[in-house]
Write a protein that binds this ligand. Structure first.
Ligand SMILES: Cc1cc2nc3c(=O)[nH]c(=O)nc-3n(C[C@H](O)[C@H](O)[C@H](O)COP(=O)(O)OP(=O)(O)OC[C@H]3O[C@@H](n4cnc5c(N)ncnc54)[C@H](O)[C@@H]3O)c2cc1C
Length: 518
């Protein structure tokens, strides 16, 4: 039996505890989700569980960039940039054009700055050449031209700006659409379900013991093979397998700020801070996203949060290129932090492609962490291939080939969806074009399902908060079709209320009532 979207948590728990799975994936960040999607596409019975919400940790705390990685050119990693570009362009053109959108980036070049115009000009030219000029040719423009794209750009000492193209997304929404793709392909998934122990048969890991964090129910899952994709917690799970497992990773904290934006920005800024670090200022969700920091972290991964020092550093570094009026503290709507997983520590560590750390423990559990959001399909496929070829073939021999380019649910032109949402109704009852655009770019053609909910109950077409484009139909849809079980799942990751600073106590109480948790 496969569990349908919209099944209750009790039904999913029942399915999880009574099925003999081929693969259990622990961790529903983008890495675990990607492997789950690939394994389900290959025809396996696969389960995925997350202690919190899907993408509730690192995968919703990124810089939201789908990028080739301009900085890799500095270390001469031309092949990696070309591969990242290929995957970026595949996501934007074939897999998720409804969710991934192009964005122009400027690298401002100031008098006395760490890099000169000739070097940066050559760098962005090479960068664009490595994506076969698919986003235009990297070039250098004048301060006047740069100011026309970014009105808040600091112009004192500005010599020129280098220009290149990449893409951006709403990471939480792309993640939930990928979870949905995995479920459409036959996977069984549950969030807010924490692995508290591993099942072993003759010393081999054959499943996990879980606790539902919402109601305390305890249950177990059995599987032929278990994958630990718990990101910053990867060593915690490895120690469940073997209390003596040596550390395999190091963590580095990266914080971001979201600020209200006062003018439209037609481009983002990548500002060099020193020879190696850059500060991003990115127009995102009608706001400005600033970041990020990079600092060794040794505490509990669950406790990571932006500190006052992080906020001060981000504003200070953004101030190299952004005028003070756009960096006022009272305009901060949200601050968040995540943990980069870096290869490191002694022990049985193999660094695979893209800084992804893959280890196999004494109980046969494969652990994987690190990598990039941009290349998540590639990493998922790589990890899945590794699992499929393990000695003894624990996943069996009946593994179907994975189609090269399965799109995410809702694939459609966002322009076409927005237009239809707007024109489908009587002139007097038309959807606000801003809301239509918001739905089209966060759901693709699934926005028509939301429109149907509004037709049945027009109150669901109302905005949740008057200052943002999120509407009540999204909250209902999140509860019924996107596994949202807590207020934060809805306000932080299924909608944009939190990042816009609109998750007021009243909004939270109304959503709690909708979820039945109030
Ligand atoms: C600051 C920052 C900025 C970044 N920016 C970009 C960017 O712009 N572009 C890009 O391509 N990449 C970016 N990255 C990289 C990218 O975000 C990560 O590579 C990716 O999100 C890692 O996903 P993951 O699934 O491995 O980890 P996570 O998303 O952390 O997922 C691990 C999951 O495991 C779960 N878990 C932990 N313990 C248990 C347990 N006991 N039982 C069940 N579940 C458990 C957690 O709840 C969590 O959801 C950035 C990373 C950081 C830190």
């Amino acid at each position: 039996m496969t569990i349908a979207i919209g099944s209750s948590r009790a039904e999913i728990r029942d399915e999880l505890s009574t099925t003999a799975f081929d693969l259990l994936v622990i961790g529903g960040g983008i890495l675990g989700t990607s492997v789950t999607w690939m394994a389900a596409q290959a025809g396996l019975r696969v389960a995925m569980v997350d202690a919190g919400d899907f993408a509730g940790a690192t995968s919703s705390a990124s810089s939201k960039l789908v990028h080739g990685g301009l900085r890799y050119l500095q270390t001469g990693n031309v092949k990696l940039v070309a591969e990242n570009h290929r995957e970026r362009r595949a996501l934007a053109a074939d897999i998720a054009p409804h969710l991934v959108k192009p964005l122009t980036f400027l690298v401002p070049i100031y008098k006395g700055g760490p890099h000169g115009a000739a070097k940066l000009g050559a760098g962005v030219f090479l960068y664009s050449a490595l994506s076969v000029f698919g986003d235009g040719m990297g070039k250098v423009i004048t301060p006047h031209q740069a100011l026309a794209k970014v009105p808040a750009l600091r112009t004192e000492g500005l010599r020129a700006a280098a220009v290149y193209g990449d893409h951006q997304m709403n990471d939480s929404r792309v993640a939930v659409m990928t979870v949905r793709a995995a479920v459409d392909a036959g996977a069984t998934v549950l969030n807010h379900a924490e692995v508290v122990g591993l099942r072993k048969t003759s010393g081999t890991v054959t499943g996990a013991e879980l606790r539902d964090r919402l109601d305390g129910t305890e249950f177990g899952v059995s599987a032929r093979l278990v994958l630990n994709a718990t990101g910053p917690w990867v060593d915690h799970l490895r120690r469940m397998e073997d209390p003596n497992a040596a550390p395999s990773i190091r963590l580095s904290k990266g914080a971001h700020l979201v600020l209200r934006r006062h003018e439209p920005w037609k481009a983002a800024l990548t500002t060099p801070i020193d020879k190696y670090r850059v500060s991003f200022a990115i127009p995102w969700e009608d706001h400005l996203l600033l970041g990020t920091t990079d600092e060794a972290y040794e505490g509990d991964p669950g406790a990571v949060s932006p500190t006052e020092a992080d906020i001060a550093q981000i504003l200070d570094e953004a101030g190299h290129a952004v005028r003070d009026e756009q960096l006022r503290r009272e305009d901060i709507t949200y601050a968040f932090a995540g943990l980069r997983v870096l290869p490191g520590g002694p022990g049985d560590v193999a660094a695979a492609k893209r800084e992804t750390v893959v280890t196999r423990g004494s109980g046969g559990m494969l652990s994987v962490a690190g990598g990039k959001w941009t290349t998540y399909r590639h990493i998922g496929k790589h990890v899945f291939d590794t699992l499929a070829r393990l000695p003894g073939r624990p996943l069996g021999d009946e593994i179907a080939d994975i189609l090269p380019a399965v799109p995410l649910p809702g694939l459609a032109s966002p322009e076409a969806v927005a237009m239809r949402l707007w024109t489908d109704r009587e002139r007097s009852a038309r959807m606000d074009p801003l809301v239509a655009r918001h739905l089209a770019t966060h759901y693709g053609s699934i926005a028509f399902d939301l429109a149907r909910l509004i037709r049945e109950d027009p109150a669901l077409g109302e905005r949740i908060h008057p200052d943002g484009p999120d509407i009540w139909a999204q909250a209902v849809y999140a509860r019924d079709h996107e596994w949202a079980a807590t207020v934060d799942d809805v306000v932080r990751r299924r909608t944009t209320l939190t990042v816009r600073g609109l998750d007021t106590p009243e909004v939270r109480a109304r959503i709690a009532a909708l979820l039945g948790t109030g």
